[in-house]
Write a protein that binds this ligand. Structure first.
Ligand code: XIL
Length: 361
């Protein structure tokens, strides 16, 4: 059975490669990839420095994706590392890359406890009134500068606890109360009324208490006229997260009528806790059987997104790093894993074909 599946995937690979070859001979300078098989944007997050310095990676990136997110380069820590020191250089580089290669630029993120610079925390300790005015100035300047250029933003990232339905007691929450979230959306909307504004979080595809809490917040925002336009499912999933729960969560979120973005997709085998470092390494190597199972999981995920989320709410699917070589999982959790659709040698894995099949079905 496994072997048959492997042979089937092998045939599909040959088929895909011949289609690629055939098309590339037809249309010179054009390349086809995942984005061409999709009716919604297919994105990837990536470290911009890595992308700029690796021609092979760039080639694969351009071939497969029409949306781009910076893994870290657009976070507050990178934009304003010290007081009054706005650093736009890298964002301008990303924007230039996105415009040159016809890709949608996705802004990740405006407010996130994990990327709040130390100087902001220290200053707010002394003067809590200052923090609201800083948040307003930061968002207004940043979103305003890239008005009409950054298509969408993760306005607030991870405002709920890793599990359960409570607001995360972050520095922002403790200083400003939960209203910091709606204020951030308001400031972003004022700065660019056309930008699509997301609330983004993890585990909401598997933890229904957390999902319901996020949906409750979203519905309150809608009633109050807070300008939220989308829900981002980070979708850092593991092989054993049941598809049925993911399907339920997508359906519930889609019922809000908002845009749904799978914003940081990867699929791991091992188990990590949700904080930096630490995980349980049940698998120390990647077998063919695991590769096939992962391909199936990618395929199912794409199919669920297409089937459950109404077309007009399909904002897109974004991978978080798209190669096992570059994945954040290994460094962040200090464990081996193979969560991506390309392998350590930048070759497409069965997961790539699973993704492609999901798009085509
Ligand atoms: C991660 C980056 O990929 C890492 O390089 C960095 O060390 C920590 O942040 N959820 C998010 C992303 O919203 O911003 C995180 O990105 C991954 C988890």
């Amino acid at each position: 059975m496994k072997k048959i599946y492997f042979i089937k995937s092998g045939c599909i690979l040959v088929l895909v490669l011949s289609v690629l070859a055939c098309n590339s001979s037809k249309k010179r300078n054009s390349t086809i990839g995942l984005k061409d098989a999709s009716t919604f944007p297919i994105g990837t997050a990536i470290k911009i420095h890595t992308l700029m310095n690796d021609a092979k990676l760039q080639k694969i990136q351009k071939q497969n994706f029409n949306s781009i997110t910076a893994t870290n380069d657009m976070k507050m820590q990178s934009i304003i590392p010290t007081e009054n020191n706005y650093n736009w250089k890298t964002v301008d580089t990303i924007l230039n890359y996105a415009e040159t290669h016809n890709q949608r630029l996705f802004g990740h993120n405006l407010i996130w406890h994990s990327s709040t610079p130390e100087w902001v925390i220290a200053k707010a300790e002394k003067d809590s009134l200052w923090l609201d005015s800083f948040m307003k100035e930061y968002i207004t300047r940043y979103v305003g500068r890239y008005k009409g250029k950054v298509a969408a933003w993760d306005v607030v990232n991870e405002a709920f606890e890793s599990s359960g339905g409570n607001y995360r007691e972050t520095f922002w929450y403790n200083k400003l109360g939960k209203s910091y979230i709606e204020k951030a959306f308001k400031y972003a909307h004022e700065a660019d009324p056309d930008a699509v504004l997301f609330y983004n979080d993890f585990n909401i595809e598997r933890d229904t208490t957390k999902l319901h809490a996020v949906i409750k917040m979203v519905n309150e925002f809608k009633e109050k006229g807070v300008p939220i336009s989308g829900i981002g499912f980070q979708m850092h999933i593991r092989m054993d997260i049941p598809d049925e729960i993911i399907a339920y969560s997508l359906k519930k979120a889609a019922e809000t009528g908002l845009q749904i973005h799978l914003s940081e997709v990867d699929i791991i085998f091992n188990t990590h806790n949700d904080e930096r470092l630490g995980g349980i390494e049940n698998y120390s190597s990647l077998t063919d059987e695991m590769k096939q199972a992962q391909a199936e999981k990618y395929k199912n995920l794409i199919e669920m997104y297409k089937e459950i989320v109404p077309k007009e709410q399909q904002f897109g699917i974004t991978l978080w790093d798209f190669t096992d070589r570059d994945t954040w999982i290994r460094g962040f959790f200090n464990m081996r894993d193979w969560p991506s659709i390309y392998d350590d040698n930048l070759q497409p894995k069965p997961a790539y074909l699973g993704f492609l099949e999901g798009l085509k079905d």
